[in-house]
Design a protein around this ligand. Structure first.
Ligand SMILES: [Fe+2]
Ligand SMILES: [Fe+2]
Length: 314
């Protein structure tokens, strides 16, 4: 679990990254939603620049330097990148009104945005993965609550009460409006998704909103509960032993009614200790899409104690 001040900074990064990706995708389209692009550019300036970058420049970076981080180290690099981000954003803001009407300027806008976005994503990666972890060695215990309080103060002073929630809601709403829901799986071939789900030490089954089995992993592999292709398309009630059907029906009914999100059981079975869980699958509006069943032998985990930080022999 990250300290609160790091979580606050990384949550800001999520808003910024999402705004970048939605604009990038809009710019690839022949018919662009300029009003969404313009609003998101404002988000990048108002939230990214005047709020997030100021948390770093006015509070976090000075504290790191005060605690002994060398001034010519990563902080200097981050400050220089902030300045480049500002320069790009200023250019983009001034170019926007004409880029909407002029194809040549539209292309220039896209090119500059591409450079700005690449720089900012790289900057965020450096902070999340290098600077913040490195900074923890300099931040003293008393600084932890101080940083979080100062970040909230800057947020409130620059953008008013509840700014983080307002901007997050705005970007999420624009993601929906533009149909640019960011789904990382969309970039993976279906075979890779399938292999990834097979690599997990769990058996997964997905039952859709009409109670029909639609997917299970490890199709050609050994399974705890053997299952063949003929299960696909069948009602889940036909795939469970009669003595547990009433439970399955109750779980699904309660999930459909929105009264339940999960159900868990653990049983002894063929020398294994099985953890069996059902999780409701919902769309972003909370509508029931189905249920995923997860079965796992948790025997290997029951005896764990302390920590294991070294790699096993391969
Ligand atoms: Fe930064
Ligand atoms: Fe940052």
């Amino acid at each position: 679990m990250e300290e609160l001040y790091i979580k606050l900074l990384m949550d800001d990064h999520s808003i910024i990254e999402k705004a970048l990706v939605i604009i990038e995708r809009q710019l690839e389209k022949s018919k662009k939603n300029w009003s969404a692009i313009s609003t998101l550019l404002d988000v990048l300036w108002d939230y990214g620049e005047t709020c997030h970058n100021m948390k770093e420049e006015k509070v976090y970076f000075p504290l790191l330097l005060e605690r002994g981080m060398p001034p010519q180290g990563p902080v200097a690099v981050m400050l220089a990148e902030h300045q480049k981000e500002r320069d790009y954003l200023n250019k983009l803001k001034s170019l926007l009104p004409e880029a909407k009407q002029n194809k040549e300027l539209e292309q220039e806008f896209s090119n500059i945005f591409g450079e700005y976005s690449a720089l900012t994503k790289d900057h965020i990666w450096k902070e999340n993965d290098i600077l913040y972890p490195m900074g923890r060695k300099f931040v003293q215990p008393d600084d932890v609550p101080y940083l979080a309080t100062e970040f909230k103060r800057i947020e409130q002073e620059s953008l008013g009460v509840g700014a983080y929630t307002r901007y997050k809601t705005l970007v999420d709403a624009l993601e929906k409006e533009t149909g640019e829901r960011i789904n990382l799986l969309a970039s993976l071939p279906i075979d890779v998704i399938s292999d990834m789900l097979d690599a997990l030490p769990v058996e997964l089954t997905f039952v859709d909103a009409e109670d029909r089995v639609r997917y299970f992993n490890k199709l050609d592999k050994d399974k705890i509960f053997s299952r063949t292709l003929s299960a696909v398309g069948r009602l889940v009630q036909q795939c469970h032993p009669p003595k547990s059907i009433h439970l399955v029906n109750q779980i699904i009914q309660e999930m459909k009614e929105g009264k339940r999100e999960q159900a868990t059981f653990w049983i002894h079975f063929n020398g294994m200790y099985l953890f069996i869980a059902y999780y409701a699958v919902r769309d972003e509006n909370g509508n029931y899409r189905g249920v995923v069943e997860m079965v796992q032998d948790v025997n290997p985990y029951r005896a764990l104690e302390g920590e294991k930080r070294l790699l096993d022999e391969s």
